[in-house]
Design a protein around this ligand. Sequence first.
Ligand SMILES: [Zn+2]
Length: 282
Amino acid sequence: MKLTILGSGSPEAYERRASSGYLIEVGADRILFDCGGGVFDNLLRSGRLPSDITHIVFSHLHSDHMMDYARLVHAAWDEGGAAIKVFGPAPIAQITKGYFGRDGVLAHDLIARTELPHSQEVWVQRGGTLPRPWPAPIVQEITPGDTIEGTGWRIRSCAVPHAQPVLDCMGFALDAGGKRFVYSGDAGLCEDLESLAEDADLLLHWCYRLEDSDASNAMAAVTPTPTEIGKLAQRVGAKALVITHFRKYMDEPTRFEKAQQNASLEFGARATIAEDLMTFEI
Ligand SMILES: [Zn+2]
């Protein structure tokens, strides 16, 4: 399988890094983990189209993990793509309905595109047939511990401490062809994620804080440092470690280098700090 980083940043508006988005290509499927702001444009820059995405899997519903969701679903629909299968914690079904339902915020746009004669004419010219259906992503809400099965792949999930009790937050392990990709989501250290991450061929782990950052004990408990992430990767026997969800202040060159060194030292091999559009063969 192949991983493409479509967003290695945080909620900050940042030219260098889009918010969270990670594309896994496995067999005929293209699975997008999270879809934060800027991910849509990076998907295009990576050479793919919105309708190439077959599955979206949300770790949690913070805005920096879902702000481009509606744009992606709408664009895939407008290309005449197949309905995207969407998995995520509640209330992803309600959010989807809020965008694409008959009373949703996009209803006026969708009525115009599907019912006005000249819009229908454009649709037919592009190979579509009438009546034009509305976007209808296939949404399945999941809770920590649920699995998602696909052709030749399987995703397991677990709860990770981040924004509970307001948001359900999950980490994932995707197994395919004897390889394992693990995505932490936004996660404090926890046993469930360690179990999930065991023997990962690639562990993609968020980082929101460096060793020299001030943090309350409560904040520190849910924001592992590069040192702690390196130790985690070493403990679980990960073969490769990629650190993501970087913030502007962490990209100051001295800090960036120190973060990379600290993680690598504990991991026992070179850790990579993700950049948008990086790719990894797993
Ligand atoms: Zn986040």
